[in-house]
Write a protein that binds this ligand. Structure first.
Ligand SMILES: *Cc1c(COP(=O)(O)O)cnc(C)c1O
Length: 370
């Protein structure tokens, strides 16, 4: 056996995305104790940088030491009690995962179903809210990575607020890639992932709870069933004036990497990052159109950072992706769930959203499809 030396791939799938050398370098800096005062100072900066990325003043804004799916689970196990009713919007794989979480909390999920590849329908949401005024929360995916559709988070949140429901949002793929305003839109519990548009190593989940969400946790009458994800225990670790109590060992080096990735986002500016994703999407779209390739999602509901496209007829899905990987060191994503074998997913996320990557992808696709 030898040391593992991976090849240098260009990652244009649904995540993990390409990581900048600057972030990889941060990852390899010396490990220090996770209760070292210098490390605690860095964690405070990570919180500040996350508040900027989320556009929130929420006191409770942290990076969970686990991937995006754990961020999802943390929202449900903390905010939802058994027997409560939660409205879940399902227009792809991750909406279904949210529903499963609700059920596993012993709560009741009322599902709003929309076609894969379309946005969450506001009309249907309104209808389900009217029929279920006793629901305590509404949950939806802002950017459905499985289909490439974006939903109107601001408008869904507004409908929920008019009925005093908590708003739980999956922003795993949206954070850093498209406009997301946690405070302005009144979102109560929002989780993300480190490996999509933040272009950091996988395994961390940015998470923010509004004061209303914290109040809901504090008013619980039943214990949170997960010890690790019980955020009232984690709170003492991520806050407390200079004095932190041990909860679990922080992934020290991964947090260096997240700090660096967030710093890069701050230096670029959120609005500029959003604009860059949109510009790269337009470039890719032009090229794909010339190749005669069609998008799964209608114009106006498309995510710039995740382009779901139909596989041209007569083309072998696995064969093409294999050749892109072997001949061009290029990874694109397969279709997921209902779109398996029917679509590809080209991610232009974070550091990956660059002109040279768009050019490589178009060139390689053209050659392989020929
Ligand atoms: C990737 C993704 C997740 C899951 O994140 P993991 O880090 O893979 O656990 C959840 N929701 C959406 C929308 C995603 O794209």
């Amino acid at each position: 056996m030898h040391s593992f030396t991976p090849p240098h791939r260009t990652l244009l799938g649904p995540g993990p995305s390409d990581i900048s050398p600057q972030v990889l370098q941060a990852l390899s800096r010396p490990t220090i104790g996770h209760l070292d005062p210098l490390f605690i100072g860095m964690m405070d900066e990570v919180k500040e940088l996350l508040k900027y990325a989320f556009q929130t003043d929420n006191e409770f804004t942290i990076a969970l030491s686990a991937p995006g799916s754990a961020g999802m689970e943390a929202c449900f196990v903390n905010l939802i009690q058994p027997q409560e009713k939660v409205i879940v919007c399902r227009n792809g794989v991750f909406g279904e995962r949210m529903r499963e979480n609700v059920v596993r909390c012993g709560a009741q999920a009322v599902v709003v179903d929309d076609e894969w590849g379309t946005e969450v329908s506001l009309h249907k949401v309104q209808h389900v809210i009217d029929a279920n005024p006793d629901a305590v929360a509404i949950a939806f995916v802002h950017a459905e990575t499985s289909t490439g559709a974006i939903s109107d988070a601001e408008a869904i949140a507004k409908l929920a607020q008019e009925n005093d429901m908590l708003v739980i949002v999956d922003a795993v793929t949206s954070l850093g890639g498209v406009p997301l305003y946690v405070d302005k839109w009144g979102l109560d519990a929002v989780y993300s992932g480190s490996q999509k548009c933040l272009s950091c190593t996988p395994g961390l989940s940015p998470l923010t709870f509004s004061p209303k969400a914290i109040a809901k946790i504090q008013s619980r009458t039943t214990p949170i069933q997960s010890w690790f994800l019980d955020q009232s225990l984690v709170l003492g670790y991520w806050s407390g004036e200079g004095k932190r109590s041990y909860h679990h060992t922080a992934p020290v080096n991964s947090l260096y990497a997240l700090h660096e990735a967030l710093l890069m986002l701050k230096n670029e500016g959120l609005e500029n990052a959003w604009q860059r994703h949109e510009q790269m999407h337009q470039l890719l779209k032009q090229g794909l159109t010339q190749l005669g390739i069609e998008f799964v999602v209608e114009e106006g509901q498309r995510l710039p950072q995740l382009n779901a496209i139909y596989i041209p007829s007569g083309v072998d899905d696995g064969d093409v992706r294999q050749r892109l990987l072997n001949d061009y060191n290029l990874e694109i994503g397969a279709g997921l769930g209902e779109l398996s074998g029917k679509a590809w997913r080209i991610g232009l996320m974070g550091y990956g959203a660059r002109k040279e990557n768009v050019a490589l992808c178009l060139h390689a696709l053209q050659q392989v499809l020929r």
